[in-house]
Design a protein around this ligand. Structure first.
Ligand code: IMP
Length: 182
């Protein structure tokens, strides 16, 4: 029997989808995966990037969708890699980031969730503050092995409860409050 979902998560990143699905389950929202490659417009603004992706994704999926865009912003690098986080991860990776840093290791992770259906185009942004670790700690995807949220002394990769305090959790919680009340 085909399963019916409340809405779809449009992305090529299975890690993000798995986390988002687990988070939204607690809000009783049943999320499906709409696996797709979305073109990323060149912009310094995460909001503009995610908006472009949401419009494309809804056209392709023809169902209510959410799209998420994230950025790791490092204070001593004036916010770099920010909207270029994906490219920077693919090119220099966590080892490259660690080489760029000295004492000031403050950073934040930003998530913007955009929701799009026939009627609405809405955005939900959230941030988690923390630091970049001095070395790679734990096994995880993306920047998880080097990001330590300020509530903890472990990296996202080492934490068992990342999904209770991540940038993704906070943005999805904001989204859920709106979605369930709409
Ligand atoms: P994008 O939104 O897919 O462009 O993600 C930007 C970059 O941040 C990618 O390299 C992701 O792997 C990374 N990223 C986003 N969210 C997380 C996370 O929760 N943990 C680790 N890396 C992340």
């Amino acid at each position: 029997m085909p399963q019916s979902y409340d809405l779809y998560f449009a992305s090529s990143n299975i890690h993000k989808f798995r986390e988002a699905k687990k988070i939204l389950e607690d809000f009783k929202i049943n999320l499906g995966f709409f696996k797709c490659e979305l073109e990323e417009i060149q912009s310094h603004s995460l909001l503009e990037i995610t908006k472009g992706k949401a419009l494309q994704a809804f056209k392709k999926c023809k169902n209510p969708i959410i799209v998420e865009d994230d950025g790791l912003s490092i204070n001593s690098l004036n916010g770099f890699p920010g909207p270029y986080s994906s490219y920077v991860f693919k090119t220099i990776g966590n080892k490259g980031i660690l080489k760029l840093l000295n004492q000031n290791r403050k950073a934040k992770f930003i998530s913007i969730i955009s929701f799009h259906d026939k009627k609405n185009l809405e955005f939900f942004e959230s941030k988690v503050y923390g630091i970049i670790s001095d070395k790679i700690k734990g096994k995880g995807w993306g920047y998880d092995p080097i990001f330590i949220p300020s509530e903890s002394n472990k990296t996202f990769a080492q934490l068992k409860n990342k999904n209770e305090l991540s940038h993704r959790f906070k943005a999805l919680k904001n989204f859920s409050n709106w979605y369930l009340g709409k």
